[in-house]
Structure formats: structure tokens, C-alpha cells
Design a protein around this ligand. Sequence first.
Ligand code: ADP
Ligand code: TYD
Length: 212
Amino acid sequence: MEKQNLFIAFEGLDGSGKSTQVKMLTDRLVQSGHKVYATFEPTDSRIGSLIRDIFNHRTEGDQRVIAALFVADRLNHLLDRQDGILKKLEDGYTVITDRYYFSSYAYHSVYIDMDWVIKANALSAVILRPDLNIYIDILPEESMERINKGRNTKEMYETLENLINVREKYLEAFRLLQHEEKVFITDGNRPPEHIGEEIWSEIADMVVKKKP
Ligand code: ADP
Ligand code: TYD
């Protein structure tokens, strides 16, 4: 299948503003006449809810098992016949996802060799690489502050020590894959509208170019 529409992945630490920017970009694309499908990982499939149960401490899971569940969740996210990403692209939607495989590279390589995580996700990368990965960069301290403001329960990865490692791993993965992947890093420590403008100017050309 030749891919006609853009596929954009948002990446960043918890609370970096991904959902906010996914929404802003979606609205802007819709206003410009595009059909947009906004989606996220972990998904709301049965595999995704198993992952969330582990994150919320309802059930236990070894880090290697969690990493493997994300591999399965992502493949299902791509390939589901009814509302998988490939199907949506085929139906003419621009697809924007809140997290994709760079989240796996960053979050799991704190515990497991990054090379393994990249290899385990190789099938997804072959099936569909994002036209653009957008990394919203905030410091781990800011991430913790935003998480603490929003709620009083903490998920598995939401400790300052872990988020410091995750940010390092994100930057390491971007360096490692600089020839394979298109990555745009934006400073998330500014008002949402400024970030949205910067993202829009980064993708505006791609959107126009892709239009028939
Ligand atoms: P994520 O999806 O990455 O977890 P959200 O978009 O849900 O992030 O934002 C997390 C919290 O931070 C929310 O309370 C949101 O209102 C706030 N927020 C989002 N973007 C910014 C920003 N640029 N500056 C300050 N706070 C922000
Ligand atoms: P998410 O619901 O996007 O949380 P937030 O809105 O706070 O960013 O993601 C939940 C958690 O899942 C988040 O801590 C990152 C983690 N995660 C992984 O560990 N591996 C993955 O492959 C993905 C997609 C997410």
C-alpha cells in the first residue's frame, strides 16, 4: 500500500503536554480541511488495559513482560482491521498518535538493553515509520510537578529518578537513530500556544506537499 497521508507521533515525558498538543494540532488540521484520527498508546484494547492494570499496581508484571506487551499493543494498534492506524490511513485520515515506539525505546531501556527494545519493535518500524516524531522536551522536575498537580496517585514510571533516566534514554535513542528517523524537538517549557505554533510551522510544508 502506498501511504498518502501523514502519520505523526508525539513523544515526551509524562505531563510534557502531548495530549494538549495533539488536540491543538488536530483542530488546526481539521480547520484546514483534513480528516484527522487522533489516537494513543497504551491503547484502549485488551492488551492496553492489561498494561494499565500493571501501571496502576492492580497486577504485577516484569519489565520484560511489560516491554513485550507494548510490542503486541503497538502491532494491534497498527493492524486492527476496524480502526487500526493502517486502516485509518487507507481511509484518508491524517493520523496523530500520543506515543509510539520511541516511548518504548526510552521507558524500557532504563531496565532492558535498548538494542533489544529496538529489535523487538522492528516489525512496527517496518510497517510504519512516522513522517515526523515530535518530542516535547521538559525537565523531569517539571514533569513531576505537573503529575502531582493533576492527581494524587502515581503510576509505575512516575518517579523523579526514573524520569531523569527516561529523558536521557529518549535523547540517546534520537542520537542513535538520527539517520533512520525524523525527529523534531520542541521546548515544552513555554505556553502551549507557542509550542503549537512552532509545531505547525514544522509540519505545514509537509501537509501541503502531501495534498493531491
Ligand atoms: P501529557 O499528555 O504529555 O501527559 P498533558 O497535555 O495532559 O500532557 O498536560 C499535562 C498537564 O500540564 C495538564 O495539566 C496541562 O494543562 C498542563 N500543560 C500542558 N501543556 C503545558 C505547557 N506548555 N505549559 C504548562 N503546562 C502545560
Ligand atoms: P500515557 O497514558 O501517555 O501517560 P501520560 O499522559 O502521563 O504521558 O502513558 C502511560 C505510560 O506508559 C507512560 O508512563 C509511558 C508508558 N509507556 C511505556 O512505558 N512504553 C511504551 O511503549 C508506551 C507507549 C508508553
